[in-house]
Design a protein around this ligand. Structure first.
Ligand code: CP
Ligand code: NVA
Length: 308
């Protein structure tokens, strides 16, 4: 059987997404420790810093009976120029799976192309699929939604930079047929090809997608999601971005427009006072930190799906 990778949300069908979410809830509710991966190893390559992705993947692997191996890209021969081609072939001869956090999405694709074991995208400049599975899980959990049909009635709003998080959120929304509003300044809306690819799904899945620069579109939101204005790799634009994004902050004024039981989401790390106020972070810490916890449950479901 051909190996499966998770490089993009689009690698998963609606059926697979539902199964993964169900599995993640099952693992969370039963607090299951399994030994299915006894003797198996997962390599975790990081080209960028990480707290949640690194620790949740490592813990997930241990809780499933296997062993994670942290591979800081600074310490791999790749730093001295070894190709991803050779790295992928060699690592596939030792490991049962690979996760990579990279600057360029094409690097994760190249790793997957030459690797004979499953490759998971742990964040690139294009997508963050594992994060978005945890986000949807959190929305379902807090709004007590048991099915995707019921999830379709939840208005999900994202405000801020149209980054890797948005690309994955847009992808999962169109594949599952969700109600998703993206609020982002004109200069920072997703690229045309990303939007076109997403919008191709809407007629078959019935997804309600709204793309706007008007912050008032957060009206009646059931979940408001934001992320940093300057993602890793874009640091030189920080000053310019702070100005442009200031009216897209998640603050108590914005939350007045939302539904009374609206939750706030942030993939973290957050910069209090920029994309979200400290007050909102504190008030909504339960949904935000449960979202971080859910990374662990989702990662276990993803590993079982790809490696078992
Ligand atoms: N949300 C997320 O991926 O966090 P880390 O960068 O800490 O892994
Ligand atoms: N968009 C952020 C997400 C961090 C988890 C970044 O890429 O830096």
């Amino acid at each position: 059987m051909a190996k499966k990778d998770l490089l993009s949300i689009y690698n998963l069908s609606a059926k697979e997404l539902k199964a993964l979410l169900n599995k993640a809830f099952e693992l969370k509710n039963k607090r299951k420790y399994l030994d299915v991966f006894k003797g198996k190893t997962l390599g975790l390559i990081f080209e960028k810093p990480s707290t949640r992705t690194m620790v949740s993947f490592a813990t997930a692997m241990v809780q499933l009976g296997g062993m994670p191996i942290l591979l800081d890209s600074e310490n791999l021969q790749r730093k001295r120029g070894e190709s991803l081609h050779d790295t992928a072939i060699v690592l596939s001869r030792y490991l049962n799976g690979l996760m990579m956090r990279a600057f360029k999405h094409s690097d994760v694709e190249e790793l997957a192309k030459y690797s004979t074991v499953p490759v998971i995208n742990g964040l690139t400049d294009y997508e963050h699929p594992c994060q978005i599975l945890a986000d949807i899980m959190t929305i379902m959990e807090f709004h007590k939604v048991k099915t995707i049909e019921a999830l379709k009635k939840i208005k999900i709003v994202y405000t801020g930079d149209s980054n890797n998080i948005v690309n994955s959120l847009l992808a999962i929304s169109v594949v599952l047929g969700l109600d998703f509003t993206l609020i982002s300044p004109k200069e920072y809306l997703p690229k045309k090809e990303i939007l076109n690819k997403a919008l191709e799904y809407t007629s078959s899945t019935g997804a309600e997608i709204k793309i706007t620069s008007d912050i008032n579109a957060a009206k009646n939101a059931d979940a408001i999601y934001t992320d940093v204005w300057t993602s890793m790799g874009f640091e030189t634009e920080e000053k310019k971005r702070k100005k442009i994004f200031s009216s897209y902050q998640v603050n108590s004024e914005l939350l007045k427009k939302a539904s009374s039981n609206c939750i706030v989401l942030h993939c973290l790390p957050a910069i209090r006072g920029e994309e979200v106020t400290a007050e909102v972070m504190d008030k909504y810490e339960n949904s935000i930190f449960t979202q971080a916890e859910n990374r662990l449950h989702v990662q276990k479901a993803v590993l079982l799906h790809l490696l078992a």
